[in-house]
Design a protein around this ligand. Structure first.
Ligand SMILES: Nc1ncnc2c1ncn2[C@@H]1O[C@H](COP(=O)(O)OP(=O)(O)OP(=O)(O)O)[C@@H](O)[C@H]1O
Ligand SMILES: [Mg+2]
Length: 584
């Protein structure tokens, strides 16, 4: 995914970034003006030095001497005000841009297709959101500051130097081409390193995240050493790359200072030649030297601009790359109020991108409104995949799926998903209260009574009432404070509350004991009455009463019919049933 960008590409990225600054152009203007003022104060100080030496020590002119302290204070007052305005203004804009970028990235995060999350580690996404965004803003605001303030300082100082002695300035300027070559040479290296560092930040957060989430597995399977080695690897790589940046900067800065010092030495030598002493006055010489010393800092900073620029561009590239990822396809925009619940699979074929081969093959299935259909089959047969195509978590490879005779691709995505309540195989809970988890997505409209009723139907109230804060108890990250069965009941309550015309239950009661399962089964039977239901179950006893049982094998429908019909037929289903029956 990483693409090598040449410098013009960097320019385009920078222009795009400037687009984010545009809304704050007033503040931008203020800080730019402040920077310009700040830039010229250096030259002003060199000029004051000339007055101090000239009037104060050479001519001893009492009239001028009185003004000198005021001039010094004046220059530094201007420096203070413009310094504050430029720093504050630029940082203000940078924080606004960071906020805007994060906002956009988070919205993008909510709209990316499932496949993106399967192909990108969450650590990498987090690193983009946390680290890269900061880099973009920090680097670009510093670049702008240096570019404007320091360039102006240099120009103003050089102008002053030329004004007081063009000859000496000429000598000084012979170092310029060497400087330019050096800067160009270093720039490429910086961008490469910045990119590597960003990638390695992604690795660090990726490995840490796995260690956090997998802590129990790590402990019981003795994975500490392995994880520690993994982390050491990425940690060391990150250090190495950072050191390379530091080494490059550390070398280039004093090297530039050496260049300036050489010019400096040359000038001191020339100015002190017998013939020159008459031409150049002491005040001019002192002022010139002051200007040269003052030139050091901005020149030094100007040479780091490339490191920053490359860092900013590499980070912006990573951020924009994320923002440019295609979102879930919306295709049509047809809105459905409330679907009747007729679902048809027409010759549906599907394969996960990346994995070769089809997971589903030629699926044809008609489900009437209000009908309940159960999917059974071995693990990996494609049951979960089949039902996740209806809410369009993935795009079909071939065929189509109709909802109320409407191709789901022509239906507005949000409106389509509004029609579906889902209890998935892996329960997801948010680190929030039980009430908020049940009413998730309906927080604005659901009353506490609604939540309570849903919880009651899902037989969750019995354990909720025993919790310290009842419905307002927090469940911890992904519900770690609850048992598997409790979490499942909350997921069922959530689906009940949504009251959608289509219900998908993927192993919704698998974590429950037989007694609870029977209770909930009754509640679910009630719930299934007036809506289309797609149930996946391994425990066949839970699906005996559904309208139709569909048997999947390696992505194909091999049998379908009612429980008794399939038993009589003595095929795959009868076989599965027999095995489970014997187990009991
Ligand atoms: N996100 C994914 N990316 C690539 N392949 C996947 C993905 N999810 C599932 N598969 C593959 O698709 C096939 C069907 O998986 P699916 O989850 O639909 O099976 P299932 O019938 O629900 O199984 P189980 O009963 O174990 O839940 C499996 O071979 C699996 O390896
Ligand atoms: Mg499954």
């Amino acid at each position: 995914m990483e693409q090598q960008t040449s410098l013009p590409g960097g320019g385009a990225i920078y222009r795009r970034l400037l687009g984010f600054v545009f809304p704050y152009w007033k503040m931008f203007l203020v800080s730019i003006l402040a920077m310009m003022v700040l830039g010229t104060t250096e030259a002003a100080f060199a000029a004051v030095m000339k007055v101090i030496t000239g009037a104060g020590f050479v001519d001893k002119d009492p009239e001028s001497i009185r003004w000198i302290p005021l001039m010094i204070i004046g220059v530094f007052l201007v420096k203070m005000v413009s310094g504050f305005l430029s720093t504050y203004g630029m940082s203000w804009i940078a924080r606004q841009v960071i906020k805007t970028l994060r906002h956009l990235m988070f919205n993008q995060l909510l709209r990316l297709p499932s496949s993106y999350f399967e192909s990108t580690s969450s650590g990498l996404i987090l690193a983009k959101l946390l680290y890269d965004v900061e880099q973009v803003a920090a680097a670009s605001s510093q670049v702008i500051t240096i570019l404007i303030r320091d360039t102006l300082s240099i120009i103003a100082l050089l102008a002053w130097m030329i004004y007081i002695s063009s000859g000496l300035t000429l000598v000084f300027l012979i170092t310029a081409p060497v400087l330019a070559i050096l800067v160009v040479f270093i720039s490429k290296r910086f961008r490469m390193l910045a990119k590597r560092i960003q990638g390695s930040m992604g690795d660090i957060s990726h490995v840490s995240e796995e260690a956090i989430e997998g802590q129990r597995v790590i402990k019981i399977f003795g994975g500490q050493d392995y994880e520690a080695r993994q982390f050491e690897k990425v940690n060391e790589y990150n250090r190495q790359q950072n050191m390379k940046v530091i080494a490059t900067t550390a070398f280039s800065t004093p090297f530039i200072q050496l260049l300036v010092a050489a010019a400096f030495a040359l000038i001191v030598y020339m100015a002190t030649l017998p013939g020159m002493r008459q031409i150049i006055g002491v005040d001019t010489f002192v002022s010139f030297l002051t200007a040269m010393i003052l030139l050091m800092q901005p020149t030094k900073r100007l040479t780091t601009i490339n490191a920053l620029l490359q860092q900013g561009i590499a980070a912006a590239q990573s951020v924009f790359d994320f923002l440019d990822q295609p979102q879930e396809l919306h295709h049509g925009g047809k809105k459905i109020e409330r679907a009747r619940g007729k679902v048809s699979f027409k010759n549906v074929t599907f394969g996960y991108s990346g994995a070769n081969g089809h997971v589903l093959n030629g699926i044809n299935l008609d489900i009437q409104p209000g009908e309940s259909v159960a999917f059974v089959g071995k693990s990996g047969a494609g049951k979960t995949t089949l039902v996740s195509l209806l809410p369009r978590f993935y795009e079909l490879t071939g065929g189509k799926i109709l909802l109320d005779d409407e191709d789901v691709r022509d239906v507005n995505l949000n409106s389509l998903r509004d029609q579906i309540a889902l209890v998935s195989q892996q329960v997801t809970l948010f680190n929030d209260t039980i009430a908020h988890n049940i009413a998730y997505g309906a927080l604005d409209t659901a009353t506490e009574d609604d939540v309570r009723r849903a919880a009651q139907t899902a037989h969750a109230m019995e354990f909720i009432d025993n919790l310290p804060d009842g419905l307002n108890t927090r469940v911890g990250e992904n519900g770690v404070l609850l048992s598997g069965g409790q979490r499942q009941r909350l997921a069922i309550a959530r689906a009940i509350l949504k009251n959608a015309p289509i219900l998908i239950l993927d192993e919704a009661t698998s974590a429950l004991d037989s007694e609870s399962e029977r209770y909930i089964q009754e509640a679910l039977d009630e719930l299934m009455k007036n809506r289309t239901t797609l149930v996946i179950a391994h425990r066949l006893s839970t699906i005996e009463r559904v309208d139709k049982i569909v048997v999947l094998e390696q992505g194909r429908i091999v049998e379908q019919g009612k429980h008794q019909e399939l038993l009589d037929k003595g095929g795959v289903y009868a076989g599965l049933h027999k095995i489970q029956f014997q187990e009991k």
